[in-house]
Design a protein around this ligand. Structure first.
Ligand code: NAP
Ligand code: COA
Length: 267
């Protein structure tokens, strides 16, 4: 994405230390790259060490790429301690690791359900709990990456719906407990083109077309558009914003905008 028209100016994040859990691909890597382009010092974490190293190289020469599973509290704590020791107290922590696949609840194993809840919800608790005493307080910004499934029931995603709903409520509780020193918010992306999430949840042309027609903004979202929201939530412009979830979804959780086309004579 071309950021030349962005409201955020070069150097906005100079000196800030940013840790992105699940930041080794897709939307979260895009968030990491955007913070780095604004001057921040970056660390990203994923399970695959080679992928983490490659992501760090893509972000910039000084970025750190580490391997840790967010389901493993000791491992994620170790990664956070290593980053704080190398880069300093953490100003911004993004928790975006997630797993998802389409499966009917009646055929989903208990382990399949548990696995997604463990990565998304328990993983977010682990990341935020483990970073708390390493944060640069006051002023630290925590961001959880959630999804529209948190508020809208989606068939074949009992696991992700439950997990993301849990994240939305966890955000609110932590905002109450950790204010005023720490702000805790969420971002709920819509369908973002070219991502693993889209490939898994809209795997065929038919599902893509049906999904596309419903979006009020009449286009897929871009990774950079989610990254801009993360910068906003961590910027001086958002110092009174906490406990909220910012939808960056072209309005796609509002309902079916294609019904509008019938009335406008477009369909
Ligand atoms: P993605 O490319 O698959 O990114 C997932 C990241 O998390 C990768 O870096 C992955 O690296 C890491 N990860 C997965 N499991 C992990 C674990 N147990 N421990 C540590 N790291 C782990 O996905 P994406 O489509 O960009 O989605 C990113 C976020 O946006 C997710 O929270 C997703 O729910 C949310 N979202 C996406 C969309 C969309 O359109 N794509 C829409 C709404 C919400 P490793 O595989 O190496 O671990
Ligand atoms: N349908 C039904 N069940 C599935 C499944 C599918 N497509 N994929 C995995 N499962 C089940 C497995 O069978 C297993 O259950 P079982 O032990 O009862 O057989 C359970 O889920 C765990 O699978 P496993 O492969 O051991 O988990 P993992 O920890 O290695 O990987 C996943 C986690 C399954 C979420 C994997 O898809 C992943 O790593 N995803 C990360 C990337 C991603 O999803 N990105 C998009 C984000 S929106």
């Amino acid at each position: 994405m071309d950021f030349s028209n962005s409201a955020f100016k070069d150097g906005l994040m100079t000196g800030k230390v940013v840790f992105v859990a699940g930041g080794t691909s897709g939307i979260n890597l895009g968030i990491a790259k955007r913070f780095a382009s604004l001057g921040a010092k970056l660390a990203v974490v994923g399970r695959n060490p080679e992928k983490a190293q490659n992501a760090a190289k893509e972000i910039g020469p000084d970025a750190i790429g580490l391997s840790a599973d967010v389901r493993d509290y000791a491992a994620i704590r170790g990664a956070l301690e290593e980053v704080a020791a190398k880069l300093g107290p953490l100003d911004i922590v993004v928790s975006g690791a997630a797993g998802n696949f389409l499966a009917p609840a009646a055929a989903m194993s208990a382990n399949a359900f548990r696995t997604v809840v463990d990565i998304d919800l328990n993983g977010t608790f682990n990341v935020f709990r483990a970073c708390y005493d390493l944060l640069n307080k006051p002023g630290a910004s925590l961001i959880a990456i959630t999804a529209g499934q948190a508020v809208n029931a989606s068939p074949l995603q009992a696991h992700a719906c439950a997990a993301k709903a849990g994240i939305n409520h966890l955000i609110r509780v932590l905002a109450m407990e950790w204010g005023p020193e720490v702000r805790v918010n969420g971002i709920s992306p819509g369908p973002i083109e070219g991502t693993e999430g889209m490939a898994r949840l809209a795997p065929s042309d038919d599902t893509r077309e049906a999904y596309y027609a419903r979006i009020p903004m009449r286009r897929w979202g871009e990774i950079g558009e989610v990254a801009e929201a993360a910068v906003f939530l961590s910027s001086p412009s958002a110092v009174y914003v906490t406990g909220t979830v910012l939808d960056v979804d072209g309005g796609s959780q509002l309902g079916d905008a294609s019904k509008n086309d019938v009335e406008k004579g477009m369909a």
